[in-house]
Ligand binder design. Structure first.
Ligand code: ADE
Length: 414
């Protein structure tokens, strides 16, 4: 909050994620990063479990990513590349909240993994000069998890709950009054001796993140002032991110190399940054002082990432639809069983990019390969497949329309 030295006080509980106040080369203090509390180390474990098929192009965060992302992730809105509309809405609302000396309204980020939901939560805390507490839905199972968490909150703090769609029913119900009226109801005793006490809480900002907005209850979704969808990044935006990361990591890279990486990053900054590190290592191994386009392409080829960013798993997924199901439609569960992946991971991690870039279509009867997918994989389409695809292009329009969640009354949808 304005005028207050945030992040100087020791936090009760597990303050494992806090960044110390640092000095730059000249010894002058640089602005303190917000204090972070990790309420549970479960968060990392959950992510690792989700991504059983851990490939180069997975959007899920590995522990290696976690460490190196800290060095390159943007701290302020001004450094953040992409999500332009969302940034300007956030900037306006943050300025308004700061000028009133109030906490920012609660924010929900939804979209595929790796697009910057956690980074934006941290950026919000930085911009508000507030502390951030990081946790995830699955680690808030019991009432005491929630009570312990809100007990640590101070006026203006940001509480980030990743995978908020996985909150237990009990946790969700305890959270409602906490986020709506900034109070928490504590129940003590049993049977006739049951007592409920209502305790006030400081005004804080809840930032929720989910890959499955559709799985959030309406009651919870309605309590967010802003509901923001994160989109895949354009090649230009990813080029900006790659160039920025290369500069921070002191890797000399020609523009062609930057673009080659951006093109193969599946529209996802987390993947772009991972590819920068791989290309850097490949360049070192080859003794290249400056990474040029040919070196970057050779590095990416050696990891079997094709020119449109598809990896082995992506291609296999499309090939299965083409070869085993005559181009589809094939149901999600059947497809998941055929490739040996769980349907949630298939739907949240692998499909969004393939759908967004037009390789597969989600239809009411299942997934279909598109004409573009046939073309990209160099496959010929039979007449039956062509007419199936044509028929479904109408359905696709309706489907895309239905996917977009309508905003609730009084809620900003970005
Ligand atoms: N690193 C990861 N995401 C980024 C973004 N959106 N802008 C700048 N650097 C990033």
């Amino acid at each position: 909050m304005p005028g207050k030295e945030r992040g100087e006080r020791a936090l009760p509980g597990k303050g494992t994620g806090s960044k110390p106040r640092t000095k730059n080369a000249g010894g002058a203090p640089v602005p303190a990063a917000p204090r972070e509390t990790k309420t549970s180390i479960e968060e990392v474990k959950v992510n690792e479990n989700l991504n059983r098929r851990s490939t180069l192009l997975s959007c899920q965060e590995s522990s290696a990513d976690l460490k190196s992302e800290q060095a390159v992730r943007p701290d302020r809105l001004g450094e953040y590349i992409g999500q332009t509309r969302l940034k300007s809405m956030l900037s306006m609302s943050i300025n308004a909240a700061k000028s009133r000396g109030e906490a920012l309204d609660h924010v929900l980020f939804y979209g595929p993994p790796g697009l910057g939901k956690t980074t934006l939560a941290r950026v919000i805390a930085n911009e508000m000069q507030a502390r951030i507490h990081l946790t995830s839905g699955p680690s808030l199972e019991r009432p005491r998890d929630i009570i312990g968490l809100v007990h640590q909150l101070e006026e203006g703090d940001v509480l980030f709950i990743d995978e908020i769609h996985r909150l237990s029913r009990i946790a969700e119900e305890l959270l409602y009054p906490a986020i709506e009226d900034f109070v928490i109801d504590l129940t003590t005793g049993k049977g006739h001796a049951t007592r409920t006490m209502r305790l006030p809480l400081p005004k804080f900002t809840l930032v929720g993140a989910t890959t499955k907005a559709g799985m959030l209850s309406n009651a919870l979704r309605d309590r967010f002032g802003f509901v923001c969808r994160l989109d895949f990044y354009t090649i230009e935006e990813l080029s900006g991110i790659v160039a920025r990361t290369a500069a921070i990591l002191n890797v000399a890279m020609e523009a062609e190399a930057v673009e080659a990486i951006a093109r193969r990053a599946r529209g996802t900054p987390r993947i772009a940054n991972r590819l920068v590190r791989l290309v850097r290592d490949f360049g070192h191994y080859q003794g290249a002082e400056i990474i040029d386009g040919a070196t970057a392409s050779a590095a990416l080829d050696s990891y079997q990432v094709d020119a449109l960013g598809l990896d082995v798993t992506d291609r296999r997924l499309i090939e299965i639809i083409i070869d085993n199901y005559d181009g589809g439609p094939v149901g999600l569960e059947t497809l998941a069983a055929t490739i040996g992946e769980d349907s949630d991971t298939l739907e949240d991690v692998w499909e969004p990019f393939l759908i967004q870039r037009g390789f597969i279509q989600r239809t009411p009867r299942g997934r279909m390969a598109t004409a573009f997918a046939y073309q990209h994989l160099g496959r010929a389409m039979s007449a039956t497949v062509s007419s199936k695809i044509l028929l479904n292009s109408e359905v696709k329009q309706l489907d895309l329309f239905a996917e977009k969640l309508p905003p609730q009354s009084g809620q900003a949808e970005v």
